[in-house]
Design a protein around this ligand. Structure first.
Ligand code: PMP
Length: 425
């Protein structure tokens, strides 16, 4: 597409090789049109990337081009547009499989992590769990990885057990391994915490769970934007990812599952596309992954996600990891200089997410004053009530960074924070 050829900078980078030049981060930033806008007459500082990422022009152009040139439904038509749309959609599945390090035939496309986890809950856990059996979840889970399990526990008689964290926000691994008793049938765990930034050693955890005969579900929502993924090496049974945090459109995501588990699972949602044959008496279902993809999907969204994955591959996830580590170190150092500021989550391995509070200032008040300075950060409980209860606080401020953020933005953010705090007395 001409737009991406002209504007794109990322595609020329190959930073995963030792000899590659460092990416030109200033040039890469220019691919994100929204980052040039003003908010409250100030240049926008977008530090709410854990909530959703901004989109490069290549993604916007891909969605625009799909609707202008190819729009048709997938798999239902033999005409040219139908087959082009299907190729584009299936192309996105293959790109996402490569990005995640899995085989495409076991990758179910869906609207995001919430849907993906619910799919496992209703199609695997509901038919398999028995009264008294245990679903193990960690203290640091997002509500999307708690509430579906509670609903299943209520219906099956299974119970939820919590794997606790340590005060620095890392998992208490010793306690977690001890908790892997024969009653535990399922472990639902996040790869990276959306509040603390903690990167959990999911490979080691899934290996231990597998030995104990426990099925593992890894929530990869916050890992996919920050780390090179290798889901096959993690060795989990299910891995959920969401597209809107990796520069793709909202309403896109995926569930990868072990093929043998997916084949044995009943469908979650029924309708068109997920069937082979239907009569009023009986339906035979389509093969994996289509068995789990009833109805018309977000085709344009996945076309956009495909463009986002090309973009990220061009920049290089290893380069992104290194860039964000630098930004995180800078932000952490600056925040640690502020008197009365407490950071929640200081684990040794962290993604670029910093939750904090300043003594005497309410998180929402600070966020409102920061907004007046053009700064977008999230304040509140970040869909993680049990985690905030552990720390005994009602809310935190969360600054979450992406590779397109800059050191200058960090300095301007800290200046805005000082100003906001002074206003609050
Ligand atoms: N899990 C985690 C750790 C998240 O950060 C989020 C998004 N905030 C979700 C699950 C839910 O993702 P989605 O809304 O895209 O389904």
């Amino acid at each position: 597409m001409s737009t991406s050829e002209n504007i794109g900078s990322a595609a020329v980078q190959d930073t995963d090789t030792a000899t590659a030049q460092a990416p030109d981060w200033n040039r890469i930033r220019m691919d994100f049109p929204l980052l040039t806008r003003a908010v409250n007459d100030k240049p926008l500082i977008y530090f709410d990337n854990a909530n959703t990422s901004q989109k490069p022009v290549q993604v916007i152009a891909a969605v625009d081009s799909f609707y202008r040139n190819q729009n048709a439904n997938v798999s239902r038509a033999v005409h040219a547009l139908g087959s082009e749309a299907t190729d584009a959609y299936e192309g996105a599945r293959n790109k996402l499989a490569r990005f995640m390090g899995v085989r495409g035939d076991a990758l179910i496309l869906c609207s995001g992590t919430t849907f993906a986890i619910n799919l496992v809950a209703y199609a695997w856990a509901l038919p398999n769990l028995k009264p008294g059996e245990v679903i193990l979840v960690s203290r640091m889970e997002h509500h999307a990885n708690i509430v579906p399990w509670q609903l299943i526990a209520q219906r099956t008689g299974a119970r939820i057990q919590v794997a606790e964290i340590l005060p620095d926000g890392s998992l208490d691994l010793e306690a977690l391994y001890k908790a892997m008793t024969p009653q535990v049938k399922l472990l639902a765990i996040t790869h990276v915490s959306n509040v603390l930034g903690t990167v959990n050693p999911v490979r080691e955890i899934c290996r231990a769970a597998r030995k104990a005969g426990i099925v593992t579900v890894v929530d990869g929502s916050q890992a996919a934007p920050h780390l090179p993924l290798d889901v096959a090496a993690i060795g989990c049974d299910f891995y959920a990812a969401t597209g809107h945090k990796i520069c793709g459109p909202t309403g896109t995501g995926a569930l990868w599952g072990r093929r043998e588990l997916l084949q044995a699972m009943p469908p979650f949602i029924g309708g068109g596309e997920m069937i082979k044959e239907v009569s009023f008496e009986h339906t035979t279902f389509n093969d994996v992954p289509y068995k789990f993809e009833a109805g018309t999907p977000n085709i344009a969204g996945f076309v956009g996600l495909g463009a986002a994955l090309d973009y990220l591959e061009g920049v290089g996830m290893a380069a992104i990891r290194a860039r964000e580590a630098e930004l995180l170190a800078h932000l952490t150092e600056e925040l640690n200089r502020i008197e009365g500021l407490r950071i929640f989550g200081t684990a040794p391995d962290k993604a670029a997410v910093v939750s904090f509070l300043i003594e005497g200032a309410h998180a929402h008040d600070l966020a409102t004053l920061l907004d007046l300075e053009g700064v977008a950060v999230r304040s509140g409980q970040h869909c993680a009530h049990p985690l905030l209860q552990y720390f005994g606080v009602a809310a935190t401020l969360r600054a979450s960074l992406a590779f397109y953020n800059t050191h200058e933005e960090i300095e301007d953010f800290v200046a805005a924070l000082h100003k906001a705090r002074a206003l609050l007395g």
